[in-house]
Write a protein that binds this ligand. Structure first.
Ligand SMILES: [Zn+2]
Length: 198
């Protein structure tokens, strides 16, 4: 990580809550710096990949990778229940693991990612916060280069209206999409938009 570093978070967490404005500015400055960099590579990215990122609070539930197998995909499964993005699976094609601080299921939550383009490959840096019994925040990092990064999205609270076909979202559930969709409900195993329910 070059922007959202462990040192950055240690400093950030050390800012007393009474200095709320100072902490906010400290965080926003780094977000701004990374965004400015990200804008320079965004036109070069696969548009679908952009949607997969922003993994804040996605909990790792499983990792599948066998380094003994040639070109084995590196797959991370996430539970995005309380997360900012809907990504439930990231697949790194033809991966080269640059750094892996022993990412572990059910304790590690993604905080931030940084994406780089290196020699025509994607290089994703992921920072995780680890929750342990001793209550001390720990940060662990994963860096993987890959020819491509694929993903799957979890659509538990989003569906298609069984009557009119519009995409609908249950507004009573945690937001699963970045942009609000038509409000609707899941009734008897089918989705219906509120318009069609009138
Ligand atoms: Zn409808």
């Amino acid at each position: 990580m070059k922007y959202y570093t462990k040192e950055f978070f240690q400093n950030y967490w050390n800012i007393p809550e009474t200095n709320f404005e100072m902490g906010k500015k400290y965080y926003e400055d780094v977000i701004k710096q990374y965004s400015e960099y990200y804008k320079t590579i965004k036109p070069l990215l696969h548009p679908e990949l952009i949607k997969a990122l922003c993994l804040h609070d996605n909990m790792v539930v499983a990792i599948s990778f066998n380094k003994e197998i040639d070109n084995d995909d590196y797959i991370i499964y996430f539970d995005p229940e309380r997360a900012l993005s809907n990504t439930c699976k990231l697949v790194f094609k033809n991966p080269v693991v640059i750094k892996d601080e022993d990412i572990t299921a059910f304790t590690d939550y993604a905080i931030h990612e940084e994406l780089y383009l290196v020699d025509g490959k994607y290089e994703l840096h992921l920072l995780f916060r680890r929750y342990t019994d001793d209550d001390l925040p720990r940060l662990v990092e994963l860096i993987i280069q890959a020819d491509d990064i694929l993903y799957e999205i979890w659509f538990r609270n989003v569906g298609q209206c069984n009557n009119c076909g519009k995409l609908v979202e249950d507004p009573g559930m945690p937001r699963r999409t970045k942009r609000p969709l038509n409000p609707g409900q899941f009734i008897g195993g089918e989705w219906y938009c509120n318009e069609c329910l009138k």
